[in-house]
Design a protein around this ligand. Structure first.
Ligand code: NAP
Length: 293
């Protein structure tokens, strides 16, 4: 089974659009998402454009701020404080990476945790770690779990999940979400011994490494679910490039029970989950029970 992230994300966005219509009609609430981009990183510009487009397609209010590369940390913090105070803005996303002269942690911690739709603020990370309700959870990890359930169904209880990567934005939160689903979770990283052997024990492999096709077909247990988060651009010859994941797709697909492709797997889920977080954040800020999405 090839897990179709594009189709799953489109269905989720459809449900979000319906929920937004209902919030407008029943509560006079239009969720608003503000995206702040500093500088002109081409990949970030593409992400921000896609986020803005999909926000509006879902019927939400989008606010986009493009600040010059030389913006000081204080100027960026002032923008964050302004958005924290704006009642029309329910979600704030500062596109990463930021230029070197700005400390990402300081900026993330300045975002009101109730509006932190990226889920990177220490308050939200702590709530996820504690298994508390009400956490805004990072988008890509939520997308990974939704896609794993496409193959395994709602009940992941007792499955052995091996997460390769321990970053704060993917590896750690996806491990916490899988733990919440009652998986037995192993978190692997660059110092892990016998990573192939560990992977071969996994019912679910989540690869979030950033190394092209590192996970080989013979690392995969027959029938396992493989979620490939990696986005790596490689040389495709004749001056062209192409995107591949962290998993050697063809070989792994012949062994796995299900696998996400790159592109078209985890990637499209990230923005859909961002929109979902924005709806949740807007409802929470107004004391409305968020819709099941
Ligand atoms: P990151 O911060 O660079 O973390 C990479 C992790 O991989 C680290 O924990 C590192 O271990 C581990 N690692 C590196 N080499 C390894 C090796 N040889 N064996 C085992 N583990 C190894 O990356 P990230 O931000 O989590 O992103 C990971 C990938 O996901 C990237 O390709 C990124 O582009 C992609 N991504 C995709 C989306 C999406 O929407 N689809 C969103 C976010 C990220 P140490 O901690 O020991 O260094």
């Amino acid at each position: 089974m090839i897990i179709d992230g594009k189709a799953t994300a489109a269905e989720l966005r459809q449900r979000i659009g319906e929920a937004v219509d209902a919030l407008k009609q029943q509560h006079d609430l239009t969720p608003g998402l503000a995206v702040v981009l500093v500088g002109t990183d081409p990949a970030s510009e593409v992400y921000v454009r896609n986020k803005a487009r999909q926000t509006e397609e879902a019927g939400m209010r989008g606010f986009k701020f493009t600040l010059p590369e030389e913006t000081s940390q204080d100027q960026l913090l002032a923008k964050v404080h302004e958005l924290n105070a704006n009642p029309e803005v329910h979600g704030i996303l500062v596109q990463l990476p930021l230029p070197d002269h700005i400390d990402e942690k300081t900026v993330i911690e300045a975002i009101d945790p109730a509006k932190d739709v990226d889920g990177f603020h220490a308050i939200n990370a702590g709530r996820l770690m504690n298994g508390e309700a009400g956490a805004l959870v990072p988008c890509t990890p939520v997308g990974c779990v939704i896609l794993a359930k496409q193959h395994l169904g709602e009940n992941l209880s007792g499955k052995h999940a091996v997460v390769i990567g321990r970053s704060n934005i993917v590896g750690k939160p996806v491990a916490m979400l899988l733990l919440k689903e009652h998986c037995t979770v192993s978190i692997a990283h660059s110092r892990t011994e016998d990573l192939p052997g560990l992977c071969r024990q996994a019912d679910i492999v989540v690869a979030a490494v950033g190394r092209a096709e590192m996970v080989k077909g013979d690392w995969i247990k027959p029938g396992a679910t493989v979620i490939d988060v990696g986005i790596n651009r490689i040389d495709a010859g004749e001056g062209k490039t192409r995107l591949v994941g962290d998993v050697a797709f063809d070989k792994a697909a012949s062994v796995a029970g299900a696998i996400t492709p790159v592109p078209g797997g985890v990637g499209p889920m990230t923005i859909a989950c961002l929109l979902r977080n924005t709806v949740t954040a807007a409802c929470s800020q107004l004391g409305i029970t968020p819709p099941e999405l």
